[in-house]
Write a protein that binds this ligand. Structure first.
Ligand code: 5GP
Length: 122
């Protein structure tokens, strides 16, 4: 899948549309989800043009990957999620209903998240 530079997160990265930023460094941006599924719902994205988890894993530099992992943990800590817990999710591709084709982690917290992800109703 080729990267679409007009996806919504690319626009956020270029400052063309606003976001409720919670973290930023040279390689990473994180912001609150516009349609939160849990009381705390943060999106973490690399600044580079990567479509998916596997794209980032294959094409990302060591510095980008290290920064991303460090940032995701820091964001969870700084958001006060450590004691009660949190869930990290990366929807990838059609079957996972990835809507935005720029790699992102969801970090969910703020309530009991249940044991399993429920499959969609048929
Ligand atoms: P996906 O289904 O691709 O894993 O998740 C995309 C997420 O991006 C959704 O949770 C959706 O609410 C969020 N989202 C879509 N557009 C925007 C936006 O313009 N701003 C923010 N902050 N979140 C968005």
């Amino acid at each position: 899948m080729t990267y679409d530079p007009d996806n919504i997160f690319a626009k956020i990265l270029r400052g063309e549309i606003p976001c409720d930023k919670v973290y930023e460094d040279d390689h990473v941006l994180a912001f609150n989800d516009i349609n939160p599924q849990t009381p705390k719902h943060i999106l973490v994205i690399p600044k580079g043009a990567y479509v998916s988890f596997d794209d980032f894993s294959e094409q990302g530099s060591e510095a980008e990957i290290a920064a991303f992992m460090r940032a995701a943990g820091k964001i969870a800590r700084d958001a006060g999620m450590i004691e009660s817990g949190y869930r990290i999710l990366a929807n990838t591709g059609r079957d996972a209903h990835q809507d935005v084709p720029h790699f992102h982690l969801h970090i969910f917290a703020g309530k009991n998240l249940g044991r399993m992800i429920k499959p969609p109703e048929k």
